[in-house]
Ligand binder design. Structure first.
Ligand code: OGA
Ligand code: MN
Length: 287
């Protein structure tokens, strides 16, 4: 079978055709995927049928896998590195996380000191409509930033709140706080250098409870609101309409994603893995 790489949106995303990911991946195919991934930031493989063991095996070709602190109950039996993302309630117990609502723009687990390099999401069951996932190119978000805004965030550090998930829910292992400058989490450079491509990217994590270290809450909110308005007005986004058997792989260092809500009566079941990352590389300040 020949392998094809097909661009999806001009600015971000490519589909790779002709690979069966349930089979042992050759080193040749691994490096083809790696280079296409660095170039397109999000890769889509359709028509895959991956057991949890196969998902783990494929994901681990791109690095050591991570677990998600606090979400241990949502791993399938025997696969602590796999996270179930689902709205399905079995008896009176949710089988997965994120429910059926919107998951606002974010990167995964940026509230950790070592945020994951990659996330891989494999669809088992999807609703007829709704539940699309959108991906944003954060190199492009930075490149198109007005010069004054770029100067304002140059060398700045952002606190990434650990206590709420991307649906806005307080995580079970955290307590509420009075002021966002007290939010627990990790501090990362707002402009980070991608260690493989060497390109700078805007690194925002998520809007909710984010705080620019050293600013008053009001000034931090004003600056972040301008940054987020810029991001949402840009056209560097790919929208993914899911079919069962899709596998998506994205780079958390240079993309953000969001998930649209869907009919609560529909079933959506996805299995995710995440590849462990390293401390974000700080961009040198412009002179
Ligand atoms: C995730 C996530 C999006 C989706 O798993 O990290 O944001 O489409 N999911 O469910
Ligand atoms: Mn996510």
């Amino acid at each position: 079978m020949t392998t094809e790489i097909v661009r999806l949106a001009g600015a971000i995303g490519a589909e790779i055709r002709g690979l069966d990911l349930s089979r042992e991946l050759s080193e040749y195919d691994r490096s083809l995927i790696q280079s296409a991934w660095m170039r397109h930031l999000v890769l889509v493989f359709r028509g895959q049928k991956l057991s949890d063991a196969a998902l783990v095996r494929f994901s681990a070709r791109f690095g050591e896998l991570d677990t998600v602190p606090g979400w241990e109950p949502f791993s399938p039996e025997g696969y602590p590195q796999v996270l179930t993302v689902s709205n399905v309630i079995d008896g009176n117990r949710a089988i997965g996380v994120l429910g059926d609502g919107e998951a606002a723009w974010h990167t995964d687990m940026s509230y950790l000191d070592l945020p994951p390099t990659a996330s891989l999401l494999h669809s088992h069951e999807v609703p007829e409509s709704g539940g699309d996932t959108l991906f944003m190119n954060m190199y492009a978000a930075l490149e198109t930033l007005p010069a004054d805004l770029r100067r304002a965030i140059d060398g700045r550090i952002l606190n990434h709140d650990a206590s709420h998930d991307s649906s806005g829910t307080l995580r079970g292992n955290h307590k509420p706080f009075a002021d966002i400058s007290e939010a627990p989490g990790a501090r990362h450079p707002m402009i980070r250098i991608h260690p493989v491509t060497g390109r700078p990217a805007l690194f925002l994590g998520r809007r909710l409870h984010a705080w620019i270290v050293g600013e008053s809450v009001a000034d931090s909110d004003a600056l972040l609101d301008r940054l987020w308005a810029h991001c949402s007005s840009g056209d560097f986004v790919y929208r993914h309409r899911w079919a069962p058997g899709d596998l998506l792989m994205w780079d958390n260092r240079c993309t953000m994603h969001r998930r649209e809500p869907f009919d609560p009566a529909a079933r959506r079941v996805m299995h995710r893995t995440q590849v462990k990352g390293f401390e974000p590389v700080v961009a040198a300040r412009a002179a």
